[in-house]
Design a protein around this ligand. Structure first.
Ligand SMILES: [Fe+2]
Length: 237
């Protein structure tokens, strides 16, 4: 992997509550490029009660092609994925693996903003047992306060991976917790969760800087290789 990765973004134009236009998407990509981000995972919201998987993929491809045709930065790789909203019964949704991030089995899942029920936890565990899906819980920092301490541990021990937003590492009141979770291997992926070029713009480099400062020089390279190991083809090399 050459450069940084932003694992959670809403950079595709006019597909969700993220970028409002191609021009705004280009600005967002440029802002990330300035921060040495070379791989951007596009994760538009997916709500199963609003759209089918094939229609979503078609819309996503159209938005991506529009952006790519106008984007001059050819060295930026954009991987297509989704931020899939959890609902009871999601494990029975056919072809769910088609929403995994390109070149990987990683499925970014947005959980309910509440204490998760035993049913929900069991369904997450069921999903994580599917051989073609590895569950990644999006922005865990929003939920940890609601959960039993043992819940996240139980999920992680069963192969569920964790994403946090970059501002978890930069927030005055949260950075200590973020760094300690990262050090303990409780966070795998970091994303800006950007939604625009002005409103919720992409800030991610500072989070990576904080991580780099806290670890020795080989660590970051090892971390990048670790991230790359989740993808079946080389990303941005
Ligand atoms: Fe998001």
């Amino acid at each position: 992997m050459n450069g940084l990765i932003d694992f959670h973004t809403h950079i595709l134009p006019q597909i969700d509550d993220g970028s409002k236009s191609i021009e705004e998407s280009i600005k967002m990509v440029e802002l990330l490029a300035k921060q040495n981000v070379k791989t951007i995972v596009a994760t538009p919201h997916f709500y199963a009660n609003r759209i089918g998987i094939s229609e979503f993929i078609e819309k996503r491809n159209t938005a991506y092609n529009k952006l790519r045709s106008k984007l001059k930065l050819s060295n930026i790789e954009i991987l297509l994925g989704a931020e899939v909203k959890y609902y009871e019964g999601i494990s029975r949704l056919e072809n769910l693996n088609q929403l995994c991030i390109e070149k990987s089995n990683l499925l970014l899942l947005e959980m309910p903003f509440a204490r998760w029920t035993e049913f929900e936890i069991k369904e997450l565990l069921e999903l994580s047992c599917l051989k073609n899906i590895t569950v990644v819980i999006a922005h865990i920092e929003r939920y940890i306060g609601f959960q039993n301490k043992s819940t996240i541990k139980r999920l992680r021990e069963n192969g569920v991976l964790i994403q946090t937003n970059a501002n978890f590492f930069t927030g005055f009141f949260t950075k200590h917790k973020a760094c300690s979770m990262f050090k303990n291997g409780e966070i795998q992926f970091i994303g800006s969760d950007c939604h625009g070029s002005v409103y919720r713009p992409p800030h991610i480099a500072k989070a990576y800087e904080i991580i780099k400062k806290k670890h020795d020089s080989d660590f970051f390279e090892e971390y990048c290789s670790f991230i790359e190991s989740f993808f079946d083809k080389k990303i941005n090399s």
